[in-house]
Ligand binder design. Structure first.
Ligand SMILES: NC(=O)c1ccc[n+]([C@@H]2O[C@H](COP(=O)([O-])OP(=O)(O)OC[C@H]3O[C@@H](n4cnc5c(N)ncnc54)[C@H](O)[C@@H]3O)[C@@H](O)[C@H]2O)c1
Length: 354
């Protein structure tokens, strides 16, 4: 049994604490929680009958912890992960792992030096239809890839951004691309492979925040395939869609629903036996936009630690989609096509985070 402790008891901690605290992940249990805001930590602690702390180091020194889960504001992940690495326990960090590439590099180095595994939460990779799509891709059913597209059409009103100071800021959050759509950017790159160049436009359409609530991005992949990212939190009056489409010479797949959970299209030139009932068997409707992936994600974390397997999204893999997001912002700031690999010069993400 691995002992998990949470650092940060805000919105997403509800999901993590329910899974770990209610015994929904085999081989894992919640042993302690921590938040600078004691009332938030106490609420979760009382629900799952575990001790709570305000100081993460005091928690680590007092409790017997095997895995630390960092659920703090995105721009603070860097300091928390680096400081926690010295305790020598594996670390799970929510997405995005960091905001700047330098921060991501420092986190990777700190975890390598401490000989611990760093896991970046990308739970959508574990959605049932996404796993099915990945299988089809790996078995070569698409043949030559033609185009990959993702769409995030969610609804976040001003009150969502106003609930905490960090939301919608360059220093600690980023906009729709960094926060809500970071999963979809990750999925697109995971399916389509390395990106060669990007061009993007963004705007802040319906709320007052520093960063963008709406963006469109065109991409050219190293394979020659093309891609499109369409991302907004200005869909009204409610969340509409979180989806991905992959088109290749051998077939086409589209996964939709509002959390990339519903297989909408599954068509291949060379059919296989189970193709007919794939649409029904590989779709699940989750109750919210987080989807069901966190549970499968934690099963994966436990498996990697107990059986010393490689994480699907380690620090380097988490850095990969962060590099793409930085490149997109660089294009937005400069009005130019940005080629990867590159060093950001004008991208504002993470600036002012001291
Ligand atoms: N995977 C997903 O689908 C998903 C969904 C939502 C949020 N997230 C990510 O989770 C992270 C947290 O988001 P949230 O909405 O829960 O934010 P939040 O503001 O609700 O919670 C963050 C908490 O961290 C606490 N904190 C900050 N510094 C701390 C410290 N040193 N010690 C202890 N606690 C500290 C804050 O007091 C706050 O309560 C973000 O990076 C976000 O992008 C991921």
């Amino acid at each position: 049994m691995l002992n998990f402790a949470l650092v940060g008891c805000g919105r997403i901690a509800k999901r993590h604490s329910e899974l770990l605290g209610m015994g929904q992940v085999r081989g894992a249990r919640l042993v302690a929680v921590c938040d600078l805001d004691e009332s938030k930590a106490r609420k979760i602690a009382e629900q799952f009958r575990v001790p709570h702390y305000r100081d993460m180091h005091e928690m680590m020194e007092t409790e017997s912890v095997d895995v630390i889960v960092v659920l703090t504001e995105s721009g603070r992940h860097v300091n928390h992960v680096i400081e926690l690495a010295r305790h020598g326990k594996h670390i799970v960090v929510e997405k995005p792992m960091a905001l700047t590439l330098d921060d991501a590099d420092r986190m990777i180095r700190a975890c390598d030096a401490a000989r611990i595994k760093l896991f970046v939460v990308k739970q959508n990779r574990f959605n049932v239809p996404v796993v099915k799509l990945r299988d089809a891709l790996e078995s070569g059913r698409f043949g030559k890839l033609v185009m990959g597209t993702v769409r995030v059409r969610w609804c976040r009103r001003q009150d969502y951004y106003d609930q905490d100071d960090w939301r919608g800021t360059w220093a600690l959050d980023g906009g729709v691309l960094t926060n809500q759509a970071s999963h979809h950017v990750d999925l697109l790159e995971w399916m389509m492979g390395d990106v060669e160049s990007v061009f993007a436009f963004s705007r802040t359409a319906l709320v007052e925040i520093e960063t963008e609530d709406t963006a469109v991005v065109v991409l050219r992949f190293s394979s020659g395939a093309l891609g499109v990212i369409e991302a907004t939190t200005a869909a009204r009056p409610k969340d509409l869609e979180g989806s991905i489409s992959i088109l290749g010479e051998g077939g086409a797949v589209e996964i939709g629903g509002f959390a990339v959970n519903e297989l909408k299209v599954w068509k291949f030139a060379q059919s296989q036996d189970d193709d007919d009932d794939v649409l029904e068997r590989y779709s699940v409707n989750p109750p919210n936009v987080y989807g069901y992936g966190h549970q499968a994600y934690y099963d994966h974390v436990v498996d990697c630690i107990l059986n010393d397997r490689k994480q699907l999204v380690d620090g380097l893999e988490g850095r990969r989609s962060l590099e793409l997001i930085n490149a997109i912002y660089e294009s937005i700031e400069t009005g130019r096509v940005v080629s990867l690999r590159f060093k950001p010069k004008y991208c504002r993400l993470g600036l002012g985070n001291t």
